[in-house]
Design a protein around this ligand. Structure first.
Ligand code: V47
Ligand code: SF4
Length: 389
């Protein structure tokens, strides 16, 4: 066994924490009660060191990022989630934006010849942007650039599209998959616990529905991510319940790639009175998530939301992925009060950020195939080479 972990465990005065840590070291699964106990009693250095031990056991120093761009078809939304700073209610749709298929294809064409591997399509839920509209968009994107991986639509958007088209979840998913949709992002999960969901987003798909959509995608051989919106009115037990439901589905399907905790940002929304969590609580959450989600290969910090410095810090607390370069205008977080007002980072900047904390930067595609290992490349070389930066 790694001696520094042995020393950490031996120095811990709380017997229950020592027992949980020993399970982690033996690769035994921790229980929901253990998860709650960690949230209630474990210090950041304790869970942080354990999570780093697990991260290095799984991935060594490898830290993944990918080169993608986002398309946000609309910010008009029929739903009214209280934490959302991004959407314009359908009733006020003249204040929002709606992109046409041609405008979205122009965004794709802007990246012609650039070494991006993924397009991430996500936005509000607009009644006119229906299943057929998006199937047609995906077909056109794939016809223009077949090698681009299309990751798109939260379970919330999919649920609405399928219901409007009078298709079952399985039929709707198969239809979009056939059109070229390859994976699902993790949004819309929020917190599954009904009592919390009712207070923060009561009119959209419930937790069971979210899980059913991801299960249907996995059954078609597609992969997906899962998020958890934390740091608002949820309890520690709600966080563990959320992670437990995801862990169980992953046992069944194995279709999740990445778990992405999303810190609630309180700018300009109906929950602005709720104070944001401290950085200590953020890092404790990442660490506990790494310990709990033992069947999720990857843990991602989404830097446009967390901020670059904190995303860099998270690499010592279980995180092994910091999403992508995202060199377009990802509006959802800057509108919710993230310090990242212009969420763009060049590859050289991302690589520098990872190297500064002595980790190994590796570009991946959506499915975590290695595109390029940047650890031996000089930053100047990356900056000068348009294919790398
Ligand atoms: O579901 C909305 C969140 C999500 C706020 O799968 C907020 O690779 C914090 O899921 N404070 C959408 N969060 C974004 C998302 C995502 C992002 C990046 C990568 C991937 C992936 C998925 O944004 C929503 C909601 O949970 N959100 N408002 C807010 N005020
Ligand atoms: Fe609509 Fe998504 Fe915002 Fe909820 S979080 S209001 S579903 S855009």
């Amino acid at each position: 066994m790694n001696t520094s972990i042995e020393k950490l465990i031996a120095a811990e005065p709380d017997q229950a924490l020592r027992t949980i840590a020993e399970k982690v070291v033996r690769k035994e699964r921790i229980s929901p009660e253990d998860g709650i106990y960690l949230f209630e009693h474990a210090s950041l250095p304790f869970v942080g060191a354990l999570a780093n031990f697990v991260r290095e056991r799984l991935h060594g120093d490898t830290t993944y990022f990918n080169r993608n761009f986002h398309i946000e078809p609309t910010n008009v939304c029929v739903f009214a989630c209280k934490f959302c700073s991004y959407s314009r209610l359908y009733a006020h749709r003249e204040e929002g934006w709606e992109l046409s298929t041609e405008q979205m294809l122009d965004i794709v064409k802007k990246y012609d010849g650039k070494p991006v591997t993924e397009v991430h399509i996500v936005g509000g839920v607009h009644p006119k942007m229906n299943l057929e509209f998006f199937a047609d968009l995906i077909r056109k994107i794939k016809a223009h650039r077949p090698d681009l991986h299309v990751k798109g639509f939260t379970a919330v958007e999919l649920d609405y599209m399928f219901r409007k088209a009078k298709k079952t979840v399985e039929e709707g998913m198969a239809y979009l998959h056939e059109a070229g949709l390859q994976s699902l992002p993790g949004g819309g999960a929020e917190i599954f616990a009904p009592a919390v969901r009712q207070q923060i987003c009561d009119d959209k798909i419930d937790g069971a529905g979210w899980l059913a959509i991801h299960k249907a995608a996995h059954q078609l051989g597609m992969h997906s991510n899962a998020t958890m919106l934390y740091g608002h009115i949820e309890s520690y037990a709600d966080r563990v319940d959320h992670m437990e439901k995801l862990r169980s589905l992953q046992d069944e399907t194995g279709g999740f790639n990445t778990f992405i905790p999303l810190k609630f940002r309180n700018g300009d929304n109906e929950m602005s009175h709720i104070a944001e969590t401290s950085i200590i609580e953020d890092m404790r959450l990442y660490a506990i998530a790494r310990l709990y989600m033992d069947n999720f290969p990857h843990l991602k910090a989404y830097w446009p939301m967390l901020g670059r410095n904190n995303a860099q810090l998270s690499l010592s607390f279980g995180v092994n992925d910091i999403d992508g370069t995202i060199d377009d205008s990802t509006k959802i977080y800057s509108m919710a009060g993230s310090e990242e007002q212009t969420p763009a980072m060049s590859t050289a900047q991302l690589v520098t950020l990872i190297k500064q904390v002595k980790r190994k930067p590796v570009e991946r595609d959506t499915l975590y195939n290695v595109v390029r290992d940047y650890s031996e490349l000089d930053i100047k070389e990356i900056e000068m080479n348009p294919l790398l930066n």
